[in-house]
Design a protein around this ligand. Structure first.
Ligand code: KIV
Ligand code: NA
Length: 264
């Protein structure tokens, strides 16, 4: 597969072919995810929970993210590597630039940050400095203490309108991609139509331009808490991990995943 770039993703949105994304935090999974034909690898700060055993993503540092990005880069052949800016590493333009410099130099092709309209000047500065940005909206796990738990966002019309307006504002600020987590499918569909950049969803229904899952969740490895509604265990019908990863890609491309039972 030729190297996936922002141009590739934009063409997929235009042609209506779904974009596939999975997390990877190390070289082995990076290689496996590449072999399955996934377009975007997310080095997610979910590694704070999945790998480090924390009960939220807040303890993760930029140094942690850079370490895992270097490992993923070594296993990568052609996927676009998107890396999370962790909690409190982008409270203002200067710190966002410094944090992103570390991640880009470690091998990121793009950074992802969580928030809302207030991110616009930060996104603008990153883009001016050559850093493509994905804006993560809806359920933003770095704000779990403010949100009072991991809950679906945008259920009320008023909240939904705020998220839609934020999505448009962040596209206008220069975001090259949006990621929607745990929002009702109707809202995700409205945002996907309203913006021209690709929209990736998790718990956002099948109408977004692409899908992402935490790889440990979709392989049925995650322990200790009930799996969220949007997770499907792709190992159940497969013999091995490469088979499960291929089954995920095929299900997303055929719009068989997510199904109605996975959405809000
Ligand atoms: O950190 C992560 O894995 C994420 C996904 C859940 C979207 O941000
Ligand atoms: Na994340």
């Amino acid at each position: 597969m030729p190297n996936v770039t922002l141009t590739t993703l934009s063409k997929l949105k235009q042609t209506g072919e779904k974009i596939t994304c999975l997390t990877a935090y190390d070289a082995t999974f990076s290689q496996l995810v590449n072999e399955a034909g996934v377009e975007v690898i997310l080095v997610g700060d979910s590694l704070g929970m999945v790998l480090q055993g924390n009960d939220s993503t807040l303890p993760v540092t930029v140094a942690d993210m850079a370490y895992h990005t270097r490992a993923v880069k070594r296993g990568n052949s052609s996927a676009l590597i998107m890396v999370d800016l962790p909690f409190m590493s982008y409270p203002n333009v200067d710190q966002a630039l410094a944090s992103s410099a570390q991640l880009m130099q470690a091998g990121a092709h793009m950074v992802k940050l969580e928030g809302a309209g207030w991110l616009a000047p930060i996104i603008k500065a990153l883009v001016q400095n050559g850093v493509p940005v994905c804006a993560h909206l809806g359920l933003t796990p770095q704000a779990v203490n403010l949100l009072g738990g991991y809950k679906v966002q945008g259920r009320l019309d008023e909240q939904a309108q705020v998220i839609l307006d934020d999505a448009k504002a962040l596209e206008a600020a220069g975001a090259s991609m949006l990621l929607l987590e745990c929002v009702p499918s109707v809202l995700a569909n409205a945002i996907t139509e309203a913006v021209s950049v690709p929209v990736i969803g998790i718990g956002a229904g099948s109408g977004t331009d692409g899908q992402v899952l935490v790889v440990h969740d979709m392989l049925g490895l995650t322990r200790g808490h009930r799996q969220p509604r949007f997770v499907k265990n792709f190992m159940l019908d497969q013999q091995d991990v490469p088979g499960a990863l291929r089954a995920y890609v095929e299900a997303v491309k055929k719009v068989e995943f997510p199904a109605a039972e996975h959405e809000f």
